[in-house]
Design a protein around this ligand. Sequence first.
Ligand code: PNW
Length: 489
Amino acid sequence: MRFLSLALVLTISLTNGGCDDRLPIASHTMFPKGFMFGASTAAYQVEGGWNADGKGMSIWDNITHVHPDFIRTYQNGDVADDSYHLYKEDVKALKAVGMQLYRFSISWPRILPNGRINQINQPGLDYYMNLIDELLANDITPIVALYHWDLPQALEDIGGWLNPDIAQYFEEYADLIFKTYGDKVKWWITINEAWSVINGYGSFAWAPALNLHGTGDYLAGHNLLRAHGKAYRLYQRKYSHFGGKLSMAFCGAMCLPASDAPEDIAAAERCYQFSFGWFAHPVFKGDYPPIMREMVDRNSKAEGRNVSRLPYFTQEEINEINGTVDWFGLNYYTSMMTKNGITGDNPSTLRDTEMIQYWDPSWPSTASDWVKVVPQGIRVLAKKVKEEYGNPLTIVTENGYSDHGDRDVDRIGYFESHLAEIRRAIYEDGCNIVGIAIWSIIDNFEWKDGYTVKFGIVEVDFNSPNKTRTLKKSAYWFQNYIAMHKLIQ
Ligand code: PNW
């Protein structure tokens, strides 16, 4: 690993000595004491080793091998950053920047090659144990996601997230993971971005690309919630002595009303409930957002269906799912202007929402077509989360800027402006945000965009045999930023 040495020039004056730590300081230039900085990755995007040491196939291995054109660049995650072999380099990079948190995910088929508990792959279990030990030895706190989109192909073959039995398979997998790592890992995410997972069923965006819009997406979402509820209750029953905290990571583009007109404000509210609310409402309050239930039921009826496309939970399921988050994992990249209107395939979640969305032309773009730079959106979102769910303990579990390796200075601007909005959310709105794990520590496999779209603050030379990691300017910027904050900790 090549790291430049950089002198830290720290010219700060601490003006809030003696005050309540969370009271406003003059310009909100500092985060409250104890605020944690970190970075995120996901198994398929960094690990490689797609068939190493007994790992099974995931739906992403399968789709990239069977349909190479599914990825714009015809690339895949077979080798990626080779973190399966080079995880110590990742930890070195985190340490060099001064990160206190590392959010990574476990590949289900690396642990259970056919998805089921009857065949356990010990080298897979060892890999994550080594990674966790390496993090802890470096004073970096792990936040571990059980599922970041790489379902075992063997489970997809029997219906994947459309199969109700998957909730039980997920519970079995979670049991093994909690049992193995529970004494070392205190922060857990069951499902990363259920709202993205369902798009693999409702569109061609992600594996398994079934495009069952308006039906498969609702069914997959239903089973994701059931699976989450079971994993949470299992932890409560068997592993609460470990004292861990469980969550989901919630996502969506924040929905900003296109005007002050009541119908546009209502459309933005529907937009929120059909994305963040779809999953957050059930786990905080026990069932789907009422507006979602109403719209999908009404449209289903109008289509002549005798059952709603949005499934119903039984009372037992509601009890199981209600109150199953100890903290809120908030993923935020961007926002969208939202107005009242009907568009989208018939049927589809978009059509059910009755909204029309667009990007404000003044918002700067990034290398990802869906990410525009809208820092104020994260504050609006954090406030919404506070109001909707009783100000839960929140960690921003993803936030980041993509380029083609050419706009790292803009990446610094992105983080600077988003961190400023997070501070406003904390100090001015009273949001209980205690940390951030940015996306991402290293450049990695950006799904359909392959390796050409880069989110890392550390560059990876994908052509070099040892995938050389080199800190970018944005990494040095973070290094300074975090060092400065450590002075008040
Ligand atoms: C995240 N949205 O997905 C994923 O968790 C990461 O794996 C991925 O690399 C990262 O974004 C960058 O693309 C998202 O519509 C997908 O708001 C969609 C949204 C947000 C996050």
